[in-house]
Write a protein that binds this ligand. Structure first.
Ligand code: PLP
Length: 370
């Protein structure tokens, strides 16, 4: 038998596309003794989590919960509860996660209609309307913050086009929630899911999900059963609703962590938090420009919390990333899919979004490329 030593993880500075660094208060909350999932103290805590989630989402939606599972579980829940075989859905594909939405929607039997744009671009209202003119859709999905490209999709005005067409408006806000305004109710979003490990600075493991009353009616008037038992919100809602009846065992420690992470968001205040992310992003962008790098996404729709940097031919992009990790303990990421080998992806999310991290990263990159 091998000898297995004590776990000894390096103290990384996480400046990639997630997970981001976790605040010590969140780590400490996770180490509290585990409670039963129907313990009155845990049931009270669930209410806190739901209220705080409504605050970060900026919604009054009653059905607002942390789905057990990572962001992809939220994505799956957002689709499987509303799609019945043969339903037409429209999905904006301008990066890796739009592709994933298409793949998942197809698996639930949807007629998937893609609205394609090059990676790094975003969709205009005219482009969306043009697609809507072709037919009516049960659901229209956009990725708010495309982590593969660093583009931020504007949400203003989209919901009214989708609602006029008779459908539900779904957004992926895995990388935006808690870092840039999402404002679910203001934007008329019907279904939105996120992840804990990005701007909320909690470990990966839960997926905040919010569902409007309009979408909930669609769920309750389905003709067929939801094709996924674990993520069937018509069942899960009885655990997270007034009844608090067992569906599956909630990941207790992760919910402790999320509650603390959300408390930190509330203490900072959403507006202050958005300003911090924006200010630090601008500091990074200026520093990279000073070092001679070009940013991949035009400033007009550049995402503050995840920056894509074009890697010049003269620079060994993978080599620099390796050395950042080995010599400086800093993690950044390379490109995904169509951008593999072409860009670095630098995240400044939640607790990672601090001035000292930017100063260190810029100095380290300068040392390695000069
Ligand atoms: N959607 C977006 C925009 C993401 O960035 C990610 C993960 O990076 C996901 C969905 C999937 O989330 P997870 O990897 O937590 O399952």
């Amino acid at each position: 038998m091998s000898e297995y030593k004590d776990l000894n993880t390096p103290a990384r500075i996480l400046l990639g596309p997630g997970p981001s660094m976790v605040h010590p208060r969140v780590l400490s909350a996770m180490s509290h003794p585990v409670l039963g999932h129907l313990d009155p103290e845990f049931l009270k805590m669930m209410t806190d989590v739901q209220e705080l989630l409504r605050y970060v989402f900026q919604t009054d939606n009653e059905l607002t919960i942390p789905v057990s599972g990572t962001g992809s579980a939220g994505m799956e829940a957002a689709l499987c509860n509303f799609i019945e075989p043969g339903d037409d859905v429209l999905i904006g594909v301008n990066g890796y996660f739009g592709e994933r939405l298409c793949d998942m929607a197809g698996r639930y039997g949807a007629g998937v209609h893609r609205m394609d744009k090059s990676w790094g671009d975003v969709f205009s209202l005219e482009e969306i309307q043009r697609e809507l003119d072709m037919r009516s859709y049960k659901l229209v999905a956009l990725v708010h913050a495309e982590t593969s490209t660093g583009a931020l999709q504007p949400l203003e005005g989209v919901a009214s086009l989708v609602h006029d067409n008779g459908g539900l408006f779904l957004i992926d806000c895995v990388t935006s929630l808690g870092g840039v305004p999402v404002d679910i109710d203001k934007h008329g979003v019907d279904i939105a899911y996120s992840g804990t490990q990005k701007c909320l600075s909690c470990p990966p493991g839960l997926s905040p999900l919010t569902i409007s009353e309009r979408a909930r009616e669609v769920l309750h008037s389905r003709e067929s059963k939801v094709k996924n038992w674990y993520l069937d919100m018509s069942l899960v809602e009885h655990y997270w609703g007034d009844e608090r009846t067992y569906h599956h065992t909630a990941p207790i420690s992760m919910n402790f962590a999320l509650r603390e992470a959300l408390r930190l968001v509330q203490e900072e205040g959403l507006e202050a938090r958005y300003t911090r992310h924006r200010t630090h992003a601008e500091m990074l962008w200026d520093g990279l420009n000073d070092l001679g790098f070009e940013l991949y996404v035009p400033e007009a729709h550049r995402l503050p919390v995840l920056t894509t940097v074009s890697v010049p031919e003269s620079v060994d992009g993978a080599g620099v990333r390796r050395q950042l990790l080995e010599k400086f303990n800093i993690e950044i990421a390379g490109g995904l899919g169509a951008l593999a080998g072409k860009v670095w992806r630098i995240g400044l999310m939640g607790y990672s979004s601090r001035r000292e991290n930017i100063t260190l990263l810029l100095k380290a990159i300068q040392d390695l490329v000069e």
